[in-house]
Write a protein that binds this ligand. Structure first.
Ligand SMILES: Cc1cc2nc3c(=O)[nH]c(=O)nc-3n(C[C@H](O)[C@H](O)[C@H](O)COP(=O)(O)O)c2cc1C
Length: 313
């Protein structure tokens, strides 16, 4: 990567620094949108040689196994997706036994995303995950719209601050708080999280949405409602990243509908230090690498590629 924007910075040929961790570039995956283990089965070691992301964020895990929401779980909108997956996962023990050894083989730092129903349970889960040497950072998912628990923590500044504070007491590794766009003021939530000790913020998670079955008029998704992602939410995400980046000093990982290098450049210009590619990876599993290459060319060619804008508010 060549020098460019973002307060953590596309810091020259050495890559990007996020929470004191040096990454070879600024492009991550959005949690839950790239199954690295399935991709390894499909593409073999070629995946490791040309891994599309500069750090890998796991699908969110919970303490106990979860089945996830009933089907159908997806609805395609004219410019995006509504998902109602509901965080199916093997639970902590299954993750450690089955997934972690394989994820540790990826050639980039591993971020593990965790979710729990209370600050205490979140701290317990995060501490257990952080003990593992394979894990470089923890992402606290307090923002999934598809489960009954978790959302309040992420939508309210006081609750978000309390959750980060509890986790911070027991985890030394870098903590990223993943913010929900379904909050009255994501910037206020971000400030509270920063004050409580979050090392970085990532946003946005999906926006709450729903679709009706055209034949019956009943909700299409098995979970009733879901989370909207993809191009449809890019403008909303860009504004929220701009507003949050202007409110805090810690780095921001921006995401929401990023499908091209141009989109990624916009998020960096809006104040993000890193970006994440989510829904686009379902269409094109190589999207992360394509976005990174195009972004690199844009940064190199743009004389006006100014440091991150600050929110005027
Ligand atoms: C199918 C699907 C599953 C997702 N699972 C998770 C998850 O497990 N944890 C999480 O924090 N976000 C999850 N997300 C949200 C994405 O990481 C990302 O925040 C959001 O989709 C916005 O980015 P995008 O528009 O580029 O997809 C999921 C999104 C999709 C579409």
């Amino acid at each position: 990567m060549t020098p460019g924007p973002g307060r953590g910075g596309l810091a020259g040929a050495g890559g990007v620094e996020l929470c004191g961790v040096r990454l070879r570039g600024p492009v991550l995956n959005g949690s839950g949108t790239f199954d690295a283990l399935a991709a390894r089965r499909a593409f073999g070691d070629a995946l490791l040689e040309r891994f599309p992301f500069d750090a890998f964020v796991s699908k969110t895990i919970t303490r106990e196994p979860r089945q996830g929401n009933p089907p159908p779980r997806l609805w395609e909108t004219p410019a995006g997706l509504i998902n109602s997956i509901g965080l199916p996962n093997r639970g902590l023990d299954g993750f450690i036994a089955h997934d972690l050894p394989r994820l540790a083989e990826l050639p980039v730092p591993l971020v593990v995303s965790v979710m729990a129903p209370s600050p205490e349970a979140l701290a317990d889960l995060a501490a257990r995950v952080a003990q593992r040497e394979e894990v470089t950072m923890i992402e606290l998912n307090v923002s999934c719209p598809n489960v009954k628990t978790g959302l309040v923590m992420g939508a309210e500044p006081v609750e978000a601050g309390r959750a980060v504070d509890r986790v911070r007491r027991v985890v030394e590794k870098p903590l990223i708080l993943k913010l929900t766009p379904n909050a009255a003021s994501p910037a206020e939530v971000a400030r509270a999280a920063e004050q409580a000790g979050a090392d970085a913020l990532s946003l946005v998670n999906t926006l709450r949405g729903m679709a009706l079955d055209p034949r019956t008029g009943a909700p299409w998704l098995g979970g009733g409602t879901g989370g909207v992602s993809g191009a449809a939410i890019r403008a909303v995400a860009l504004e929220q990243v701009h507003s949050v980046a202007g409110a805090v000093a810690v780095p921001v990982v921006g995401m929401g509908g990023i499908a091209t290098g141009r989109d990624a450049a916009d998020f960096l210009r809006a104040g993000a230090t890193c970006v994440a590619v989510g829904t686009e990876s379902f269409r094109d599993p190589g999207a992360g690498a394509r976005v990174a290459a195009d972004l690199s060319a844009i940064v190199a060619e743009s004389r006006d590629f100014a440091p991150a804008m600050r929110a005027s508010a």
